[in-house]
Design a protein around this ligand. Structure first.
Ligand code: ZN
Ligand code: ZN
Length: 273
């Protein structure tokens, strides 16, 4: 087992959230390893989108899990003198039926676990991936959710709260990511009182859980946004929530994307250690 937040106290040359061809990433584990070494990383975690019991082209198939873990081990042998590689997963929380707390993931030999909400249950069409691009999100809102943006946002934060209560993971993935698509769909929605109280409530649970928060920089280069949004950081820092900065890279040339800006922001808060 590895504690990402402890490693982050010793160096900034780490990243604990990345994807490869084992899910929806665009390079092999070895290519990402080489890119991470080239970028000066000392610690690198692979976090494929976990197997899920529903149809999803973005997630790893369950029958690949052992092979994936062995491939990281093989590369740790080959590159271990230059970098520490870790086996993780970004585990989808799908409600009571599926998540990091389940025995399947608890008995899987992972170094640490990330847990995220990417799927929201449509009233009639099952679990829908709401994490993609804004233009696809708008189509899905019409097709699966009757354009009820408030309902989708509420479900996202409710599921995130249940995910924390269920536990079984170390890092909560991009905990306000719905903001990106929700504000594209309905600008200003994140400053409405009901929205803010959903976020406040989730942060309270995070603070009491001891779970590590990531500042996810995946969209920073293109859109200038971080997850969570930067105005939420002071409360997290004041409450001494463990924080790591992750690039969520899907390409070798993105291993370090946005990380420097996020690290700078984090270190600009005097209370952050
Ligand atoms: Zn994610
Ligand atoms: Zn990810």
């Amino acid at each position: 087992m590895v504690t990402p937040a402890d490693i982050a106290k010793t160096t900034t040359r780490y990243n604990f959230h990345s994807h490869t061809q084992w899910c929806d990433g665009h390079a092999s584990i070895e290519e990402m390893t080489q890119a991470a070494i080239k970028a000066g990383m000392e610690h690198w975690g692979f976090s494929p989108h976990s197997p899920v019991p529903i149809k999803s082209s973005c997630n790893m198939a369950a029958e690949c899990a052992d092979e994936y873990i062995n491939e990281v081990k093989r590369l740790q042998q080959a590159y271990g003198d230059r970098i520490n590689l870790y086996t993780s997963m970004e585990i989808d929380y799908l409600g009571n039926e599926w998540g990091a707390s389940h025995e399947y993931f608890q008995t899987m030999p992972l170094d640490y676990r990330i847990s995220s909400v990417h799927f929201i249950k449509s009233p009639r069409d099952g679990m829908i991936d709401i994490d993609g691009r804004p233009e696809n999100f708008a189509t899905k809102m019409a097709r699966h959710f009757d354009c009820d943006i408030r309902g989708v946002v509420e479900r996202f934060y409710e599921e995130s709260c249940r995910m924390i209560e269920a536990g079984g993971f170390d890092i909560i993935g991009h905990f306000d990511k719905i903001r990106f698509n929700a504000t594209s769909y309905s600008p200003g929605i994140d400053s409405e009182g009901w929205y803010r109280s959903l976020v406040d409530n989730l942060i309270s649970l995070i603070i009491n859980s001891g779970i590590t928060v990531e500042i996810n920089t995946k969209a920073y280069d293109k859109s200038g946004v971080l997850f969570p949004s930067q105005e939420l950081l002071p409360r997290l820092i004041a409450a001494s929530v463990p924080i790591v900065v992750n690039s969520d890279a899907h390409y070798p040339d993105k291993v370090n994307a946005g990380r420097e800006a996020a690290l700078k922001l984090l270190n600009s808060h005097p209370q952050h250690q």
